[in-house]
Design a protein around this ligand. Structure first.
Ligand code: PMP
Ligand code: GLN
Length: 379
């Protein structure tokens, strides 16, 4: 039968993690920590399972968790969404993104993406009848080309996807960027998706500027985040979407038939932990910056070129002084020869990249980072 997704194969994350395992390589490809979620959080999950919280959660999410998310938004972004009508807990950010597209994209609608971008957006848009329109980011600093965005906006533009901090480049949008975006979408019906799963992972004193911080933008945005990134528990797949009540109502129509609800004991535990340890996410920038700085320092004698990531737990490395191979082949070669696995950046791109870049996840313990960097410096 004809495939609905002719350009889609198995994701690069599955491919590279499998290759890393079969080659016995250090896996810095797929983004996940090699350290555990906080013990107190894990204990709360065990507690709730033991207490019998093992049946369906409410469709929109456990009330205490929705309330804790709303409180966190107020604290960080100066806006308190209504926990009942504007916050929906989802099975990971991936589900939230899919549901947001499915809720509002109609056949033939255009959805603007920046190139490179996270790989789940495009298939989710296409399956819902939309047409992804990719706008290349600046090849050097990965900033948005505002004139290009202005030119791309037209009568068919339904949505724009904004991912900050940005996977795979680590770019963090500024307050000024949000203001420019607001000026471009003012007087249009364009909706926004804010993929903010790395909201707590920004460096060098930067702040994360959420779409929720900006009154005009918040009114037209689905803001998506994920506890997987914040609490080192990517395997639990719990995320959420914040959107104005009318958009959340449409979002929930999809969510209730996509998954209905999300794992109950984990939601209860996250609610407990957010209340008991509200400082945890405030410590993440320093925690990850120490890892970024260590990784970069260890790599400095080698032949990779880089500028330290402004955010996320990914570091791009330019390998043009090492090899002429295209990035996908280079990533496979590196896994086999140096025994370190990475993600080729071209998988996030529609346009061929002008630079030779691979992405490394540094959410790893010090010994792993030291060993990986030593291997990378020896090639
Ligand atoms: N968006 C981005 C930018 C990501 O990097 C990821 C995954 N790591 C996701 C969404 C998906 O998050 P989740 O695992 O919560 O589905
Ligand atoms: N978001 C993670 C990354 O960019 C991986 C998620 C996945 O494996 N689908 O590496």
């Amino acid at each position: 039968p004809a495939t609905k997704l002719p350009r889609v194969g198995t994701t690069i994350f599955t491919e590279m993690s499998q290759l890393a395992a079969s080659e016995g390589a250090i896996n810095l490809s797929q983004g996940f920590p090699d350290f555990d979620a906080p013990e107190a959080l894990r204990a709360r999950v065990a507690h709730h399972i033991g207490e019998g919280a093992n049946q369906y959660a409410p469709m929109t999410g456990v009330p205490a968790l929705r309330e804790a998310i709303a409180t966190k938004c107020q604290r960080l972004y100066g806006r308190k969404p209504c926990a009942d009508t504007e916050v929906t807990v989802t099975s990971g950010a991936t589900e939230a993104l899919f549901a947001a597209f499915a809720a509002v994209v109609r056949q033939g609608d255009e959805v603007i993406l920046f190139d490179p971008c996270y790989d789940s957006y495009e298939p989710a848009i296409e399956l819902n009848g939309g047409r992804p329109v990719r706008l290349p980011l600046d090849p050097v600093d990965f900033g948005i080309d505002w004139q290009r965005l202005a030119d791309a906006i037209g009568p068919c533009t339904r949505m724009i996807v904004v991912n900050t901090p940005h996977n795979p480049t680590g770019t963090v949008l500024s307050a000024d960027d949000l203001q420019r975006l607001a000026e471009l979408v003012r007087d249009t019906d364009i909706l926004l998706v804010g993929d903010e799963v790395y909201e707590h992972i920004v460096y060098d004193g930067r702040r994360h500027h959420s779409l929720l911080c900006h009154d005009e933008l918040a009114q037209r945005s689905f803001v998506v985040s994920s506890f997987g990134k914040t609490y080192h528990c990517t395997g639990w797949k719990v995320g959420y979407c914040i959107a104005p009540a009318p958009l959340s109502a449409e979002f929930r129509k999809v969510h209730q038939y996509l998954t209905f609800s999300t794992v109950t004991p984990v939601q209860l535990a996250l609610a407990d932990f957010l209340a008991a340890a509200p400082e945890h996410y405030l410590e993440l920038p320093d925690f990850y910056q120490a890892k970024r700085d260590l990784f970069c320092e260890l790599l400095s004698p080698g032949r990779f070129r880089f500028s330290p990531a402004p955010g996320t737990y990914f570091q791009l490395l330019d390998y043009s002084a090492i090899s002429d191979l295209p990035d996908t082949e280079f990533a496979r070669w590196l896994t086999r020869e140096a025994k370190v696995a990475a993600i080729p950046v071209s998988v996030f791109c529609e346009q061929p990249l002008k630079r030779r870049l691979v992405r490394f996840c540094f959410a790893k313990g010090e010994a792993t980072l030291r060993e990986a960097a030593q291997r990378l410096c020896s090639i």
